[in-house]
Ligand binder design. Structure first.
Ligand SMILES: [Zn+2]
Length: 258
């Protein structure tokens, strides 16, 4: 049975019986005729669709925010929802050719959109960002962004700008946000982050010089935390949490992490 990814704005439709789950085709029959764009299926095998903002969910279903899926669905489904959203959002924001204004069509061979008038090919936009766990003498640098829940801290992150290497982004972002210098940069791992189209590239780094001086805009507080004085931090299976767990594991704080 195929599951359907039906989006209203940034929210996804879930069936609310027992454990929330994606709807089957027969469960969204009331929405037929309201789909403004969709792929049934697209070349990825994902069945996604967008419905207008005023759409009422069929009986027994609800539109929920994708961020609220933390802890409701497993990691694989969370990121599959993200992939379906990324593709839907790409179609929604690329309806016309930016060069000549013609309506875009699906490319017959590639995972791309094609302008039938001037031949421009448009691929899905992916916005790379670096996220970094900076250590200083056994302590981890964590900061608060203005939108975080109360008490929440996380490792710092920032978007790659045109012409930058990932290492240059990392050094610039850390310096801009908290005023310190880092070195000994090593790659940790990556994770798609579909809010709405990022790819997070995780690194570890060591403090080199300077004292914390927050920018007060992107970061409203930042401190060095020892393993036994950690604040509230992000939910599992985010790369930010994996970086924090990696720090705690290497500093053996007795939490029994795998
Ligand atoms: Zn064109």
């Amino acid at each position: 049975m195929k599951s359907l990814f039906v989006f209203r704005g940034d929210d996804i439709l879930l069936v609310q019986e027992g454990s929330p789950r994606l709807p089957a085709p027969e469960e969204i029959v009331p929405l037929e005729g309201q789909v403004v764009r969709g792929r049934f299926p697209d070349r990825e095998g994902l069945f996604w669709a967008e419905v207008p903002a005023e759409t009422e969910p069929p009986r027994g279903t609800a539109f929920v925010s994708r961020r609220s899926l933390w802890g409701i669905v497993d990691e694989r489904l969370f990121f599959t929802v993200g992939k379906a959203f990324h593709l839907m959002d790409w179609h929604r924001t690329n309806r016309f050719c930016g060069r000549c204004g013609e309506s875009l069509t699906d490319h017959p061979e590639e995972k791309a959109l094609l302008c039938p008038s001037c031949g421009q090919v448009i691929y899905p936009v992916i916005a790379p960002a670096v996220i970094v766990a900076v250590e200083r003498e056994g302590k981890l640098l964590l900061g608060r962004s203005p939108g975080f829940p109360p008490g929440r801290y996380s490792v710092l992150a920032g978007f790659v700008e045109a012409g930058e290497s990932l290492e240059e982004t990392l050094v610039r972002e850390i310096n801009e946000e908290v005023g310190i210098e880092v070195d000994h940069i090593t790659y940790f791992g990556s994770q798609p982050w579909p809010f709405p189209r990022s790819l997070m590239l995780g690194f570890r780094a060591l403090w080199k010089s300077g004292e914390i001086a927050i920018d007060g805009r992107e970061i409203v507080d930042a401190r060095w935390f020892a393993p036994d004085e950690m604040p509230d931090f992000p939910p599992s299976f985010s790369i930010s949490r994996k970086l924090i767990d990696d720090f705690l594991r290497r500093h053996d704080n007795g939490r029994g992490l795998p």
